[in-house]
Design a protein around this ligand. Structure first.
Ligand code: GDP
Length: 296
């Protein structure tokens, strides 16, 4: 399960803290050193870990905490609060268009991250809000992608717009016309993923972005790739600008390094988390619930 190994380690540290009545500064420092090790082992970005431990230490080694009734519990509370802050504290969703404007969502990401599956999952969430989404098959390079989107669209009872192997920009433009004519209020573009970030890929995404009014550029990353997912997020944000991230395969990620680093490193929030292969396995990302999950 998500965060299991990190969770187990932190719970061990906290059990120790709780068992002590009074805490010396050395006790707190020793405990925070263990927290630091646990976060590094969970593959959290080292700069993020450093900043995190500095903040927690500063807050915890104040006289209010040390002389309080239950210092161990206070330290745990501070760790919890700072973990929530790390992940962005607030819940962020897709930005929906106002005044009758169509909500456009461009899904981007590397091949295998789970982009096509997540596109269909997200369509389900959009439908639950009473909207009428259209899925657009712009991933023309991976042969199975179009069919996969069609199969998943059908399962979600959402229409899929495709022009086969036509140029992605042409597909995107025609899809917008189709959406306007047919009363769709949300259009989600599944774009091409490559094995690695390359110029062609970025150029193609940029050309869609500069020709179509994209309200949400959402990057899909695989939690299991740890710091690679963080680096990919940073690169996509620098090259094309992203509004948020959906992190997939969190169900299999016992470490949690990517989930804990992305917001702190890129400044962009995680909107949703993929928690399994089924189309219903997409959860809104709640930083506070994630922190509770980690701290047990
Ligand atoms: P794409 O190349 O980025 O479009 O990736 P796909 O959508 O084809 O997904 C790649 C694989 O990851 C598929 O086998 C999916 O079922 C799987 N997958 C996607 N999201 C999740 C998730 O949240 N959890 C798990 N366990 N598997 C996922």
């Amino acid at each position: 399960m998500a965060f299991d190994s990190l969770s187990e380690k932190l719970q061990g540290v906290f059990k120790n803290l709780r068992s002590k009545g009074r805490l010396s500064e050395a006790d707190v420092k020793a405990a925070l050193k263990e927290v630091k090790m646990a976060l590094l082992e969970a593959d959290v970005n080292f700069k993020v870990v450093k900043q995190f431990t500095n903040t927690v230490t500063e807050r915890a080694i104040g006289s209010d905490v040390m002389n309080g009734l239950n210092p161990g519990q206070m330290v745990i509370k501070i760790v919890n609060e700072e973990l929530v802050n790390l992940m962005g504290s607030e819940v962020t969703d897709i930005t929906y268009g106002t005044g009758g404007a169509i909500t456009t969502i461009m899904m981007v990401g590397l091949q295998g991250a789970g982009k096509t599956t997540t596109t269909a999952k997200l369509a389900g969430k959009v439908k639950q809000r009473g909207k009428k989404p259209l899925l657009v098959a712009c991933d023309i390079y991976r042969p199975a992608a179009i069919e996969q989107l069609q199969v998943n669209g059908k399962k979600q009872d959402v229409e899929v717009f495709s022009l086969g192997q036509e140029k992605p920009l042409k597909i995107a433009k025609e899809a917008m016309d189709y959406a306007k004519k047919n009363g769709f209020d949300v259009v989600i573009f599944d774009t091409a993923g490559r094995l690695h970030i390359d110029e062609d890929m970025m150029n193609e995404l940029e050309s869609i972005k500069s020709n179509i009014d994209i309200l949400n550029t959402i990057l899909v990353v695989d939690a299991m790739t740890g710091q690679d997912a963080v680096n990919v997020s940073q690169t996509f944000d620098e090259k094309i600008g992203i509004d948020g991230v959906i992190i997939t395969k969190l169900d299999g990620d016992t470490r949690g390094g990517a989930a804990l680093s992305i917001k702190a490193v890129t400044g962009k929030p995680i909107l949703y988390a993929g928690m399994g292969e089924k189309l219903s396995d997409l959860e809104q990302f709640h930083p506070d619930r994630m922190a509770s999950r980690i701290l047990g």
